[in-house]
Design a protein around this ligand. Structure first.
Ligand code: COA
Length: 181
């Protein structure tokens, strides 16, 4: 799918394929320490990337955006059926329970050079439309979001996420946020 972003630029948006492993490794290598410190649903080493490209887990969808002229991956987002065990336990400790059949867990990332240029929102809108059409009821954040991550907190608020609670992890304050569809 082609999506138009700001200034009439466009990107290609699709699911990750087995042949994308090399490009995804280049993408992870390009991320700044700041972005890596904010986004960490899994390790970024080659072995991990080849493992999930060659043996896809059917509970996780991996979306990528590609910059057409350079053929580089410029965004990578994960969507997981249900909640991770850690997230589930944290919500449960606050007496917040969800039907695991109707909830997904989301983790977005955009390459540093492309952040704040509308790519995250363009991809997110496509993903959310797909989730609505499938009857998904809630989206939660994978591992929450660091309270100091202003870009991401602004992004989630803009897309209608609400604060569900806060927690201390890795010597940092974090928020759990939920979108009700
Ligand atoms: C968070 C992230 C996915 C957002 O994607 P993006 O493409 O940068 O966001 P967009 O350009 O679509 O911006 C959407 C909204 O996000 C917020 N936002 C984006 N950049 C921002 C900035 N520099 N400061 C504050 N808010 C910002 C704004 O609310 C913005 O809406 P607006 O354009 O109407 O002002 C991206 O910045 C990113 O990958 N960050 C590093 C990794 C990360 O933090 N992942 C999330 C882990 S929980």
């Amino acid at each position: 799918m082609i999506i138009t972003i700001r200034n009439d630029r466009y990107i290609r948006f699709r699911l990750l394929e087995q042949a994308d492993a090399g490009k995804l490794i280049v993408y992870f290598d390009s991320l700044s320490d700041e972005t890596r410190s904010r986004f960490g649903p899994h390790p970024f080493d080659e072995a991990t990337v080849y493992q999930f490209c060659q043996h896809p887990d059917n509970t996780i969808k991996r979306y990528i955006a590609i910059e057409p002229s350079e053929e580089k991956i410029i965004a990578y987002m994960l969507l997981r059926k249900g909640m991770t065990e850690g997230d589930h336990q944290r919500y449960a400790a606050r007496n917040q329970f969800f039907d695991q059949h109707n909830i997904v867990t989301f983790a977005p990332s955009v390459a540093d050079r492309w952040q704040s240029s509308g790519i995250g929102s363009a991809m997110y809108n496509c993903i959310e439309n797909e989730l609505r059409s499938k009857g998904v009821k809630q989206i939660v954040l994978w591992g929450g979001v660091q309270a100091t991550n202003e870009k991401a907190v602004g992004f989630y608020k803009k897309h209608g996420y609400r604060l569900a609670g806060s927690f201390w992890h890795d010597e940092k304050d974090n928020y759990d946020m939920v979108k009700w569809l």
